[in-house]
Design a protein around this ligand. Structure first.
Ligand SMILES: Cc1cc2nc3c(=O)[nH]c(=O)nc-3n(C[C@H](O)[C@H](O)[C@H](O)COP(=O)(O)OP(=O)(O)OC[C@H]3O[C@@H](n4cnc5c(N)ncnc54)[C@H](O)[C@@H]3O)c2cc1C
Length: 511
């Protein structure tokens, strides 16, 4: 049988795989996505896209579609620690949430994982990806030139051979590919077994009509004294999350749901249950040769804090432009080394953060000791600094920091370009975070800086948008500098030497 040749095969059509397909497509690479299920997920799992994810999705033209896909109800979130749905509120997360509007132009999206996957799938197809459902990746072997995959059509049980230049393993928490490649994991492992019970009940009188409602319950009458009650995409459908117990029958679950709601007479119908482990596991490597891991295949975290799905989407965003540039010959293959260099430290921190939240919300002291206090929320979302051996030109003598509070942003290479406004030399306002897209950007107050940036990009065959501004000081750079920004909004270099722009671009692109 003949072998099909393709640039990129993505295994898994969850949030991670579909995001990779979208961000590759946006950068001009049409991937083949294979997924063993019949369609996208229907289970109520991840909820909500944070502002950083929304920025990424906006570059792909998806921000409004995600907002439109929010669950029924008022566009607002209830997220509290409480004794029960109708009981005392112990802490209101929303009331204590920092004001992120200073750090990002985007507001959070409220679409569930199921709706977000539908939106991503449609966009991936529009951008030219092929998506084959009911297709299982059964084998993978790589050499210096490419990767051979055995892909089984689950309808016919026939396996066909595909050869790809690169493979993205977005095969999730139960994926096999990392194991086939001999990639181990580290972390705390399985932390806690839980059972999620889906049930139908009219709780509007007590829950209100916010589109997203989540109660982290602390109540000595519950198993282990804790649980979670969360709304879904469907009016009157809820999920009750409780510590797992193999001995518990339906009557036991019903009793727990009555305690969670605080409504002993509640009339409701159980429509499904699933048990799984909260885990904490990070892949030792995010890349083996021509195979790159994204999403849960690379990092598993408990759901407390809602970053699992967000990190999965962001992996695709930060990888997409790099892999596309390598495939299109605009960057050397070494650019792909920076994916692990930059994403793994972030994944470590975000996995710890979710565990720290779990420890706090469920009062598990032993866990809290293992991971320490959670990082400040704004710092986690907006304050990451890529390591100096990432795709950037580090500044000599700068301290090797991984996080900084965005209110004290340094604007240094490796950090997000801050959410500020500059003044263009033509008097127009220039807001770098509103201008993100599949191109490099240069904000320059150096005479001849814009021309130098465009010439350097032209020579290397990459797209560049250059903005002459009156001052680069709002970017926390010097008054008269050029700040080079990557397609993912990360500062790559800053300096006042026009010849330096070309050198920086070459260094970033490993040319
Ligand atoms: C109950 C629950 C609540 C959660 N809540 C949140 C939340 O509020 N916010 C948040 O951000 N995150 C949350 N998460 C985490 C979030 O759901 C995951 O992080 C997210 O699904 C990761 O996406 P993924 O694409 O990496 O993996 P998945 O969604 O698991 O997708 C992997 C896909 O790969 C496919 N696959 C695997 N092997 C193969 C193969 N060999 N061939 C073909 N296909 C294959 C699988 O069928 C699957 O569809 C929650 C998770 C759970 C379980």
């Amino acid at each position: 049988m003949s072998t099909e040749h393709i640039d990129v095969v993505i295994v898994g059509a969850g949030l991670a795989g579909l995001s990779c397909a979208v961000f590759l497509g946006m950068n001009g690479v049409k991937a083949l996505v294979v997924e063993r299920r019949e369609g996208t997920s229907i289970l109520p799992k991840a909820r909500g896209a944070n502002p950083v994810t929304m920025e990424a999705l906006r570059t792909a033209g998806l921000a409004e579609a995600i907002h439109r896909a929010m669950p029924p109800g008022k566009p607002a979130i209830t997220s509290v620690v409480s004794e029960s749905l109708t009981g005392k509120v112990l802490y209101d997360h929303v009331a204590h949430r920092p004001d992120f509007s200073k750090f990002s132009p985007e507001r959070p999206g409220m679409a569930s994982q199921a709706r977000a996957e539908e939106v991503l799938l449609r966009r991936a197809l529009e951008l030219g990806a092929q998506v084959r459902f009911k297709t299982r990746c059964e084998s993978l072997a790589q050499d210096d030139e490419g990767v051979d995959l055995g892909l089984c059509d689950l309808d016919t049980e026939r396996t066909r051979q595909v050869r790809a230049r690169y493979v993205i393993a977005s095969d999730g928490i139960r994926g096999s590919i990392a194991g086939w490649l001999g990639i181990g994991t580290h972390g705390l492992g399985a932390i806690k077994s839980v059972t999620a019970v889906r049930f139908k009940a009219d709780l509007a009188l007590w829950a209100g009509d916010n589109a997203m409602v989540i109660h982290y319950l602390q109540n000595p009458a519950l198993p282990d004294g804790a649980g979670v009650l969360v709304s879904t995409d469907y009016k009157d459908e809820w999920v009750a999350n409780m510590s797992a117990d193999p001995e518990r029958d339906e009557a036991g679950m019903r009793e727990i749901i009555k305690i969670m709601t605080g409504l002993p007479e509640l009339d409701f119908e159980i429509i499904g249950t699933v048990s799984y482990d909260y885990g904490h596991r990070i892949a030792d490597r995010f890349r083996a040769g021509r195979v790159l891991l994204t999403g849960d295949a690379a990092h598993v975290m408990p759901p407390t804090g809602g970053q699992g799905g967000n990190t999965a989407v962001q992996d695709g965003y930060y990888l997409g432009w790099k892999l596309a540039a390598v495939i299109q010959g605009k960057a050397g293959p070494a650019l792909l080394d920076s994916y692990e260099v930059e994403r793994q430290p972030y994944a470590e921190e975000v996995c710890n953060w979710q565990v720290a939240n779990l420890a706090e919300r469920r009062r598990i002291g032993t866990l809290a000791e293992q991971v320490g206090a959670p990082l400040d929320h704004a710092t986690l979302l907006f304050g990451y600094i890529c390591p100096p051996n990432g795709a950037l030109v580090p500044e000599p003598g700068s301290e090797d920091l991984r996080f900084e509070h965005p209110a004290q942003a340094s604007g240094r290479p490796g950090a997000r370009v801050p959410y500020v406004e500059l003044e263009g030399v033509d008097g127009q306002k220039v807001a770098p975070r509103h201008l993100l897209g599949p191109w490099f950007m240069a904000f320059t107050a150096v005479p001849g800086g814009a021309e130098a940036a465009l010439a350097a990009a032209g020579e290397l065959g990459v797209e560049m948008k250059a903005y002459p501004v009156t001052s680069t000081a709002p970017l926390h750079a010097g008054e008269q500098q050029t700040v080079l920004v990557r397609p993912d909004g990360v500062v790559a270099w800053r300096g006042d030497d026009n010849a330096g722009i070309g050198r920086a671009l070459r260094a970033v692109l490993c040319r």
